[in-house]
Write a protein that binds this ligand. Structure first.
Ligand code: NAD
Length: 340
């Protein structure tokens, strides 16, 4: 199996590479990313071929690799909610246009594509659990610019589905629901909204800053530990007996639900167990802030988001195993153990 991963140095990509190199010794991985931080430790591995560069400027390189590989995972995207509001055009050009170019090359060369959709495509759906084939995808008005990410991903999902039906493109879509774990974002990034929620809060704790809870942190999310998610992804890549072909899978953990306020409280408790961070963690206060003040008026929130995962359980024989407190403990340990 030869696999092309674009955006491989990111959170999902680097865990996928680690899993494959450790557990699938015959698979060969080719990667492209702007950065080379998370993958630096695997540089000399004989089954890993990394290239550093910008996917928007390397179409010839990408086409050659697509021809060479059996399966393509275009993982590069911007996935931080603050950027959806601050720079929607950048979201459209990378998450939509640049990725569409890759999908079209997969169509041209009849190569299997495994595309990261997102839990965000369900938008403000009010179903108690979001179902891949039944739930409605409900977005807000155009001036709520935060929906550009959801809308861009949804349109790529629809295009992949159409290419599958009309051109025979072999594909699987997977929808991560708040994957968490080590190597997610840079904890030293002190920009408000610059990281995803767990790392944003851990960065605040590390620096002894108050944690800002958008609209009081009353929103609920379900979190899945990255290793559980990667197990599902590897089963999709293996595609034993065509179990993943032409399907969409929510990949999340419906049992690991927390409000954002409660998430902040748990992280504070966990951080206080590290002597070097105890003093800072004790002085952190939880401060409520209106969404418009934190993100800008182009923001609109999703109150709750829980995945139905019976399709992944049935077709992939997959089950998330890591409970929330274990997932958070492992994440906190990675970020705070050696940090000063
Ligand atoms: N992590 C989650 O919980 C989650 C949830 C829903 C959807 N997703 C989707 O899964 C995919 C991977 O997510 P992630 O969490 O690993 O994201 P990430 O931000 O951690 O990684 C993205 C990687 O893409 C790279 N990249 C960005 N622009 C590039 C360019 N022009 N050329 C080459 N590389 C470029 C970045 O350097 C980064 O390493 C994304 O499409 C994201 O939208 C992730």
């Amino acid at each position: 199996m030869k696999i092309l991963i674009i955006g491989a140095d990111g959170f999902i990509g680097c865990h996928l590479v680690d899993h494959i190199l450790t557990k699938k010794p015959n698979w060969e991985i080719h990667t492209l990313d702007l950065s080379n931080n998370n993958l630096a430790e695997y540089q000399s591995h004989p089954k890993l071929f990394t290239t550093q560069g910008d996917m928007t400027k390397m179409s010839d390189w990408i086409e050659e690799k697509i021809k060479l590989c059996d399966v393509v995972l275009p993982l590069a995207a911007i996935a931080t909610p603050a950027t959806y509001v601050q720079d929607p055009l950048k979201i459209f050009s990378l998450d939509f246009e640049a990725n569409l170019a890759i999908i079209r090359l997969c169509v041209k060369h009849s190569k299997r594509v495994i595309f990261p959709s997102t839990s965000e495509v369900y938008g403000m759906c009010t179903d108690s659990e979001f179902d891949e084939e039944k739930s409605h995808l409900i977005l807000g008005p155009i001036h709520k610019e935060r929906w550009i990410y959801s809308c861009s991903k949804q349109l790529i999902d629809r295009l992949i589905f159409a290419y599958g039906k009309r051109n025979g493109l072999p594909y699987t879509l997977f929808r991560p629901f708040n994957w968490i774990g080590p190597k997610q974002d840079n904890i030293k990034n002190s920009k408000t909204g610059g990281s995803r929620v767990v790392i944003q809060f851990l960065g605040n704790i590390l620096r002894g800053e108050n944690i800002q809870l958008v609209d009081g942190g009353r929103q609920h999310r379900s979190f899945v530990y990255v290793e559980d998610g990667i197990e599902a992804l590897v089963k999709i890549i293996e595609n034993t007996d065509n179990c993943a072909s032409g399907r969409i899978f929510n990949i999340g953990n419906p049992h690991n639900i927390s409000s954002i306020r409660s998430l902040a409280e748990t992280l504070l408790e966990l951080a206080q167990k590290y002597p070097q961070h105890e003093a800072n963690a004790k002085k952190v206060q939880l401060m409520d802030i209106p969404a418009a003040d934190y993100y800008g008026t182009g923001y609109q929130d999703v109150q709750a988001r829980v995945p139905a995962i019976w399709r992944a359980q049935t077709h992939l024989q997959w089950q998330p195993k890591t409970d929330l407190i274990t997932s958070l403990s492992k994440t906190v340990d990675y970020y705070l153990h050696d940090a000063s």
